[in-house]
Design a protein around this ligand. Structure first.
Ligand SMILES: Cc1cc2nc3c(=O)[nH]c(=O)nc-3n(C[C@H](O)[C@H](O)[C@H](O)COP(=O)(O)OP(=O)(O)OC[C@H]3O[C@@H](n4cnc5c(N)ncnc54)[C@H](O)[C@@H]3O)c2cc1C
Ligand SMILES: NC(=O)c1ccc[n+]([C@@H]2O[C@H](COP(=O)([O-])OP(=O)(O)OC[C@H]3O[C@@H](n4cnc5c(N)ncnc54)[C@H](O)[C@@H]3O)[C@@H](O)[C@H]2O)c1
Length: 463
């Protein structure tokens, strides 16, 4: 059957549903296609389930730390993973259901369930339905990448999606890949009671971030008993005596990591390979991303790509910002651009690592005249009171213009506290502006004006 709309939106991830809301409110008719779970990665297999389980892991960790807070010991306890997963599933289900209800009841929006494939630049097929529109918005996201490592086809492995359904704790979880996925799952499962080993080919954690950040995150993890096997050359896998074994060296290696479960956390792959792109005249790049311009238009007029599939962001906030850019430009005739947004992100190890703008290494490499301010969390009153003193606050400022170049916070509350720096930087404010601000006591944020008041020339600062 043929259906005609003003717009087609493919994928109910972080950009598509909100775009449907804006377009239909403006009087457009929308055909919306989702093949699996409403809410996409973030709601179903990404942010929401991991942060829900991280909260359970934090509670378990705090119980074990009871005596540090002057409380009686909690005693030995074993976590029932099924209960933790049930709590997580309830949170995910509520979020997914609310989104599905909103979309399916949205006036002007018709939802199709199935995989959409191009027939031409203006038509797509979903099962036996042919959908036609002058505007097509692809929000197809991605899935865990499975690199062809030697031996990988010889043994069972988990991905960031399938690990969320485990109901029994792994006795020893081996994680290959130390990006956000690897680090968050490592601490989460360690705190729930698993032994955890991370295998990473890079010689240190977080190679795109500063060395002091990587060292602080490594300390957070190793102090809880997580084993790091960094600089792993020639990663290969095998099943030995029924157990997954990860070899980490090109040499005959007696110190391979043997565990009960294996999690592959080696990045993601965009879902562009089954869209029949060629029929629309589209071509993905070598990594599968759809090239887009600053306003997220693909190379074919009338087709946009939003979210993870365009390679311009890999976060929920970047996917959502893509929606805002497209809606503002199409409906309000603004000229918002992808490059207007600041690079911001957080990794939810506990305490978390959050950042905005340039790293210290990037500032040094650019040769920008800069000032640096840094304060350990041991000198942040709120962190001391909470008994969580790992990490630091670090800010970078242009030595001549006084503008904020970047900031990193590894430490308790850092994922929230960073936002005062994000806002000031977006407003192109200066260190002097930050110093004059009065923040609430006692918070982690209240020390941020102090850090901006203790700046030293970058060249002479000790890392
Ligand atoms: C474990 C994990 C934790 C994460 N934690 C965070 C976090 O804390 N903070 C953060 O900002 N980001 C986090 N992310 C990243 C975040 O989830 C993604 O960046 C975000 O979900 C991308 O959204 P999207 O809209 O681009 O795509 P997705 O959310 O992936 O949605 C794409 C949708 O399109 C559908 N689809 C695909 N192809 C078709 C087709 N041909 N036809 C019909 N439907 C189709 C899919 O089924 C899916 O529902 C995490 C990711 C993972 C894996
Ligand atoms: N808190 C958050 O915002 C959050 C949390 C989880 C995931 N995410 C997003 O999800 C995406 C996926 O995360 P991820 O951690 O899987 O990817 P990633 O790209 O961040 O990290 C992948 C890691 O695997 C290693 N690796 C990749 N290929 C390899 C190979 N062939 N052999 C050996 N090592 C290899 C890399 O060195 C890297 O350390 C990212 O875009 C991330 O931003 C975000």
């Amino acid at each position: 059957m043929n259906h005609s709309f003003d717009a087609l939106i493919i994928g109910a991830g972080q950009a598509g549903p909100s775009l449907a809301g804006r377009l239909t409110a403006a009087g457009w008719t929308v055909g919306f296609v989702e093949r699996k779970n409403f809410g996409g990665t973030c709601v179903n297999t990404g942010c929401t389930p991991t942060k829900a389980m991280i909260a359970s892991a934090k509670a378990a960790h705090t119980l074990r730390q009871a005596t540090n807070y002057g409380l009686p010991p909690a005693g030995d306890f074993t976590v029932d993973l099924a209960q933790v997963v049930a709590r997580k599933d309830a949170i995910v289900a509520a979020s997914r259901a609310s989104l599905e209800k909103w979309l399916t009841q949205m006036p002007g929006c018709t939802v199709f369930r199935g995989t959409a494939r191009f027939l031409s630049p203006t038509t797509m097929q979903v099962d036996d339905a042919v959908l036609e529109a002058k505007h097509i918005f692809l929000n197809v996201g991605g899935r865990p990448a499975i690199p062809a490592l030697p031996g990988i086809d010889q043994l069972p492995f988990l991905t960031s999606s399938t690990i969320l359904a485990l109901e029994e704790l792994p006795t020893h979880l081996i994680i290959v890949g130390a990006g956000a996925v690897g680090l968050e799952f490592a601490q989460l499962f360690r705190r729930l009671g698993s032994q955890v080993t991370i295998v990473e080919r890079s010689p240190r954690l977080l190679p795109h971030d500063d060395e002091d950040v990587a060292a602080a995150v490594a300390d957070i993890l190793t102090s809880e008993g997580i084993t790091l096997r960094l600089g792993a050359e020639c990663i290969s896998m095998a099943l030995e005596d029924g157990q997954p074994v990860v070899h980490v060296s090109c040499e005959e290696d007696p110190s391979s990591s043997r565990g009960s479960h294996l999690l592959l956390a080696m990045g993601r792959q965009p879902n562009t390979d089954d869209l029949d792109l060629a029929k629309a005249g589209l071509q993905a790049d070598a990594r599968g991303y759809l090239p887009v311009d600053e306003e997220l238009r693909t190379t074919v007029p009338g087709i946009w790509a939003l979210g993870d599939c365009n390679g311009r962001g890999a976060f929920t906030h970047t996917a959502y910002n893509d929606f805002e850019i497209v809606a503002a430009n199409l409906l309000n005739h603004e000229q918002r651009r992808v490059s207007d947004r600041l690079p911001v992100s957080a990794i939810y190890v506990d305490p978390p690592f959050a950042k905005v703008g340039l790293t210290e290494a990037e500032v040094r490499a650019a040769g920008t005249p800069a000032l640096i301010g840094k304060r350990p969390m041991t000198k942040v009153g709120r962190a001391v009171e909470k008994g969580e003193t790992k990490g630091f606050i670090k800010v970078l400022v242009h030595a001549e213009t006084d503008q904020i170049l970047g900031a990193s916070i590894v430490g308790v509350g850092g994922d929230e506290a960073i936002h005062c720096i994000i806002t000031a930087k977006y407003a192109q404010q200066t260190a002097a502006f930050m110093r004059r601000n009065v923040f609430i006591h006692p918070t982690v944020s209240e020390l941020i004006p102090t850090v901006f008041g203790e700046l030293k020339p970058l060249e002479t600062a000790v890392q």
